[in-house]
Design a protein around this ligand. Structure first.
Ligand code: OKS
Ligand code: ZN
Length: 359
């Protein structure tokens, strides 16, 4: 299986975040990429490739098919605006959040706002500090994902089990059209889905999100869109807290194209997880029009992960890969979460080898 990565994705390295009120070292560290790459290089099943720099379609247009221009300009420019008025040089952090009850006095154009105010419009939490290199890293993450998507669309050899892995970082599934959070700046999986629809003649994409957390961003981006079927397994009632209920089914023409399968914290075992994943696979297979599968791959479902309350063992990951394989679609795996450094690489490798029918 081909694996795409890019060294620029390591440049995003914020000093800290706030987790349950504590100032801690940033969990979503560049070492994650090195750990995953190291584990994949131990197997001859993988070929690791640097994402190409020449991109025929304009990468910016692909991003703007998902995210607003104002939001992308925020990511690009806020660090210099913030430091110019004396903000801390390590990273931009929100100082306030524009709560919905504070929006009723006429919405001002964010261009006229102080650099101290903008993060409160474009961020929903404190996990998206923007350093001098964050924008560049986020673009690299998109480049990785689009390179993998293009390879999937052009080089697939007719086998229904054809897969490719985008070792993307920073992750993406929490980013909405104009709102970042949860370590995510640009929604890689959503951008890839749009790219396959608009540039490779796809009629319908399924996004299967198996990260521990609900992908509120991907859900929001495609909530009204019947061309993208979003199916998510995630911890019930955990971060990002306000989304992920099974009652969120899509809206307007998108009604019926959003499926949330929340799982109980403290009680989700390998068997319950795999049974639920088979239900997700059935939902996707019920939509014969799906021509590509995008998997938002998080392995923060592992029991030892620092922010996980499931009971999964490492033996679960090859089983997850086999179930994804059973969907029988050309498949783009896109990296999302996973923070237990000792097992992160092995667990990702387990999923991908399970998909390939190997050990
Ligand atoms: C608080 C961070 C809370 C957890 C963020 C979860 C990120 C993730 N600063 N999403 O899939 O793994
Ligand atoms: Zn996660």
């Amino acid at each position: 299986m081909r694996v795409y990565w890019h060294s620029d994705s390591l440049l995003h390295d914020p000093p800290h975040e706030i987790l349950s009120g504590r100032l801690v070292t940033y969990l979503e560290s560049p070492d994650r990429v090195k750990a995953i790459e190291g584990a994949l290089e131990q197997s001859d099943a993988f070929e690791v490739i640097a994402a190409e720099t020449d991109w025929p379609e304009d990468i910016k247009d692909c991003i703007l098919a998902v995210h607003s221009k104002e939001y992308v300009e925020y990511l690009e420019n806020i660090y210099s605006e913030w430091t110019a008025i004396g903000g801390d040089k390590s990273a931009v952090f929100p100082e306030t959040f524009q709560h919905r009850s504070m929006q009723s006095f006429g919405s001002r154009n964010t261009n006229s706002m102080s650099p101290l105010a903008k993060p409160g419009v474009y961020c929903f939490d404190l996990s998206c500090p923007i350093t001098s290199h964050t924008y560049r890293a986020a673009i690299a993450s998109v480049r990785i994902t689009l390179s993998a998507a293009r390879y999937l669309a052009t080089a697939r050899n007719g086998s229904p089990h054809f897969g490719v892995f985008a070792l993307a970082r920073p992750p993406g599934h929490h980013t909405q059209d104009a709102l970042c959070g949860g370590y995510c700046f640009l929604n890689n999986a959503a951008i890839a889905a749009k790219y396959l629809l608009e540039h490779h003649g796809s009629k319908c994409i399924a996004i299967l999100d198996i990260d521990y957390h609900h992908g509120n961003g991907t859900q929001q981006i495609f909530y009204h869109n019947p061309q993208v079927l979003y199916v998510s397994l995630h911890a019930d009632g955990d971060y990002p807290y306000f989304t992920g209920s099974s009652e969120e089914r899509g809206s307007g023409p998108g009604l019926g194209y959003n499926h949330n399968l929340p799982l109980p914290r403290q009680r989700t075992t390998d068997d319950l997880y795999c049974d639920t994943l088979r239900k997700a696979a059935d939902i996707i297979q019920d939509h014969a029009e799906v021509d590509y599968l995008v998997v938002s791959l998080g392995v923060d479902t592992y029991s030892e992960d620092p922010i996980c309350d499931f009971l999964l063992t490492q033996a679960c990951y090859p089983r997850v890969g086999e179930i994804v394989k059973s969907i029988e679609k050309p498949t783009l795996f896109v990296m999302e979460g996973g923070y237990h450094m000792e097992t992160l690489g092995e667990n990702v490798r387990g999923v991908l080898l399970g998909f390939e029918g190997r050990r």
